[in-house]
Write a protein that binds this ligand. Structure first.
Ligand code: ATP
Ligand code: MG
Length: 365
């Protein structure tokens, strides 16, 4: 029966603590539902460096490639600040993204009803918010060549970064965005800067062509990325799925994330291309936050981002939509009951530990 293979990579800092809470959730599903999970664990980041002198071992890379989904905690911390660049903790995550071909980064911005008051924005702006930013993750200006700093004859220096996008890269990220929109409110907003960038012109054309060819049933809207950033803060509920390149996606997803509050609440998914034979996508799920070394070991970490990342795995890797909805509802219910870890408590509200929050969510399930 166990046909869904997970590789858990807890990593460093609070990573192992919040992964323990995901294991409880997996355990609950394994006891209750027919689709059960088989899971293996590996080391990544500083933990892998301490054990093997690499940010991820070849053995664990092979396990990641064989798994249906990788559930990733967080990497890094002051302990590894001085390790060589090639084996720094973050290199393990970059290697996973590259070798698994994870070109689509999904960042939802959801406002849980119980936390609608906690945002710095007016309550009516974010109450009920549920949008999804789809960021291209393996191309664009972060990787384009040339990428140099050169000395000029006049004593100055010149820095060059290059934005490069080929048709196929835009087609495949647009396809992911349209597919996701179909399972949501059926609308995609594509953001670029076609008024000043050639890559924006091509982006706009290819997204439109992809739409007209295969996704006519989905509403498509184009917006300049700067105007889009403004609209995201002014009235975010006008959006459903937003698709953009690596650079704009990096910025816009952080803006969208902070509409709704704490870093400890935000999940993400990174998806690869569907396998030609099975149709399954390689995928990695991780919280948006880092390893939070300042609170590691204190039991203060909020496990919700990590657990919500597992809910994304249920939804996007295993097509377990009912179960994903259930898990998200369980999180929402725990918050409705006033349960808060320290990072999301307001004023003198009582707080609970990482483990207590995990147990409460399993209880709600
Ligand atoms: P990275 O470079 O890996 O993204 P970072 O230094 O940007 O890491 P985080 O590790 O995410 O940041 O931590 C930023 C702040 O948010 C810290 O004060 C940390 O304690 C807090 N924080 C992050 N994640 C959580 C969480 N799950 N629960 C509670 N607090 C958190
Ligand atoms: Mg950071």
């Amino acid at each position: 029966m166990a046909s869904n293979r997970l590789l858990l990579l807890p990593g460093d800092g609070i990573g192992p603590e919040i992964m323990e809470e995901v294991k409880k959730v997996i355990g609950w599903f394994n006891e209750r539902t027919a689709d059960t999970f088989e899971f293996d664990e590996g080391l990544v980041g500083g933990a892998a460096y301490d054990a093997h002198g690499a940010s991820i071992s070849e053995e664990d890379m092979a396990k990641a490639k064989a798994a249906d989904a990788v559930i990733f905690g967080a990497v890094g911390g002051p302990k590894w600040d001085d390790v060589p660049y090639d084996v720094r903790p973050e290199a393990g995550l970059l290697r996973l993204r590259k070798d698994l071909g994870l070109f689509a980064n999904l960042r939802p911005a959801i406002c849980y009803p119980a936390l609608a008051d906690a945002s710095s924005l007016k309550k009516d702006v974010i109450e009920g918010l549920d949008i999804l930013i789809v960021r291209e993750l393996t191309g664009g200006v972060y990787f384009g060549e040339p990428k140099t700093i050169t000395d000029l004859e006049n004593g100055q220096q010149r820095a060059i970064d290059t934005q490069v996008y080929d048709t196929y890269e835009i087609e495949r990220i647009a396809g992911v965005a349209f597919d996701l929109a179909r399972a949501r409110r059926n609308k995609v907003t594509s953001m670029e800067k076609r008024n000043v960038m050639k890559s924006g012109v091509l982006w706009n054309q290819v997204v439109t062509a992809t739409h007209d060819k295969s996704y006519k049933d989905v509403e498509l809207e184009h917006m300049l990325a700067d105007a889009g950033g403004m609209q995201l803060v002014r009235w975010p509920k006008q959006f459903d799925v937003i698709v953009c390149d690596n650079l704009f996606g990096d910025m816009l997803s952080d803006v969208a994330a902070m509409l709704t509050g704490s870093l400890g609440m935000l999940p993400s998914a990174s998806l690869g291309a569907p396998d030609a034979a099975t149709g399954k996508r390689k995928a990695l799920y991780e919280p948006v936050h880092g390893s939070a070394p300042d609170i590691a070991g204190t039991g203060a970490a909020n496990p919700i981002a990590m657990i919500a990342s597992f809910a994304m795995a249920l939804r996007y890797s295993f097509n377990m939509i009912t179960e994903a909805d259930m898990l998200e509802k369980a999180i929402s219910n725990a918050l409705d009951k006033g349960l808060r870890t320290k990072d999301i408590a307001q004023g003198d509200q009582a707080t609970i530990s990482t483990k207590e929050m995990g147990n409460a969510i399993v209880g709600e399930l």
